[in-house]
Design a protein around this ligand. Structure first.
Ligand SMILES: C=C(O[C@H]1C=CC=C(C(=O)O)[C@@H]1O)C(=O)O
Length: 435
């Protein structure tokens, strides 16, 4: 593991209107773009001033140790003092300890933030490096004229062809019937390439995700890009929150949000909240999150019943858990304690992870792992990397992922359809589907 450098950090309040994504310069390496956005607020940055790669079972602890050393050595001038100002690291962690894809914590050179009408720019240099010549506000005067232009892409099958997916699900249902697991979450991938073999630009993809999926967290970290509706854990001023999702039904049509009026007995939302299969799937996920959060909290509120979260393509069963922290753990440590929840792995966890390894036929990489950011106080947001794709090392292709929770009552064809619905977010953002 590389030693942590000494950093100088300054955050300055600025005026900014419009989309933060328009400020990402086109010449920036797409794997160095970092984003965490929701409804226009959040963080957008680029460049790498310091980063660490970790792997294996200690990937979280090693990253946290590096972060502590970096933070302790950094000289920070922060006139903003909001969550996300000052020294901030973005992170993305592999789903499995055995993954060949490294986990990453990275500190961007430039980070723009906006929160409740206040905006700021953070710049970071290493000790001995000069500050960039431009005033931070000048960064905000620029906008990328190529942002609306999508790259021409083509899609190919991933590790397991779609036609073979129902067979994989049937094998999972057999393992459930045999009593090996109660629930297992299985995922598949598809690969998207630049038609002309060029680098895939991420900023236009992020812009489309942010516009269409306003209720999700649009993220980019080290080439992993997506719009996740699931918050693994948010830690802010001693309060921990988690949004648990599991249980999905397709929206009947593309009626725009906000909430459609009830459509009577055929309303898919009604079907979802009364479906034993989905409620069971959801209950496993809530139990796994509350069991992992409870040891860190003096008080934990777990809702008795889920609500329906509405996204443009699907409805999910959702539960928001809130707790008062007692352990003093950082947001990253909490994310490590919670990962993998039964929303992305299964129940019991170890047996489900084994079944995933045997049936999926692929390395998930950082899909379904924690993704997010943390500031110098340890507060931060860690989502679960869903509805996402990972840019290849040569930046010319993106692997998209989608999965679903399998329980005894799961229907293999319906599970294939569910992964197709979940792939819609990235396919749309990449321009593979009509608007
Ligand atoms: C595993 C995924 O979704 C999870 C999150 C919400 C609903 C899920 C479900 O209903 O199966 C999954 O647990 C995915 O999007 O790839």
């Amino acid at each position: 593991m590389s030693p942590a450098p000494r950093l100088r950090v300054r955050s300055v309040a600025v005026d900014v209107t419009g989309d933060l994504l328009t400020r990402i310069p086109d010449e920036v390496d797409p794997r160095e773009v970092v984003t965490w956005l929701r409804e226009g607020d959040g963080l957008v940055g680029w460049g790498t001033v310091a980063s660490v790669s970790t792997s294996g079972v200690d990937r979280f602890e090693d990253a946290e140790r590096w972060w502590e050393a970096l933070r302790d050595a950094a000289a920070v001038e922060d006139e903003v003092r909001l969550p996300g100002s000052g020294l901030v690291a973005f992170g993305s962690f592999a789903f499995a300890a055995g993954s060949t894809d490294p986990s990453v914590l990275t500190v961007p050179r430039v980070l723009m933030g906006r929160r409740d009408g206040l905006a700021w720019v953070t710049q970071v240099v290493t000790e001995g490096e000069p500050w960039p010549p431009d005033h931070p506000a000048e960064l905000l005067g620029r906008s990328n004229p190529m942002l609306g232009t999508l790259d021409p892409l083509i899609e190919a099958e991933g590790s397991v062809p779609a036609s073979a997916w129902p067979g994989v699900i049937s094998r999972a249902v057999e393992r459930i019937d045999d009593g090996e697991v109660e629930k297992v979450v299985l995922a598949r991938d598809v690969v998207v390439r630049h038609r002309e073999g060029r680098v895939v630009r991420l900023a236009p993809v992020l812009e489309r995700l942010e516009k269409r999926y306003a209720a999700t967290w649009t993220f980019a970290v080290a080439g992993l890009v997506g719009a996740t509706p699931e918050m693994l854990v948010r830690l802010q001023a001693g309060r921990a929150r988690s949004r648990v999702l599991a249980g999905t039904i397709r929206r009947s049509n593309g009626i725009p949000l906000p909430s459609e009026p009830a459509q009577g007995p055929n309303d898919p939302r009604l079907h979802l909240v009364t479906s034993t299969k989905d409620l069971d799937e959801h209950a496993f996920a809530v139990r796994s999150v509350s069991a992992a959060l409870a040891p860190h909290c003096s008080e934990l509120h777990v809702p008795e019943a889920p609500y329906v979260l509405e996204l443009p393509d699907v409805y999910h069963l959702a539960s928001d858990l809130t707790g008062t922290m007692a352990s003093g753990a950082t947001s990253l440590r909490l994310a490590a304690a919670l990962h993998p929840t039964a929303a992305v792995c299964g129940t019991p966890t170890e047996a489900a992870a084994r079944v995933i390894g045997e049936l999926e036929g692929m390395d998930r990489g950082r899909y379904a792992g924690p993704v997010g950011w943390m500031d110098g106080s340890g507060d931060g947001d860690w989502g679960i990397a869903l509805r996402c794709g990972e840019l290849s090392a040569d930046r010319r292709s993106v692997r998209l992922f989608a999965g679903g929770g399998i329980v005894a009552a799961s229907d293999p064809e319906a599970e294939l359809a569910e992964t197709e619905m979940k792939l819609t977010a990235m396919r749309h953002a990449l321009g593979l589907l009509a608007p």
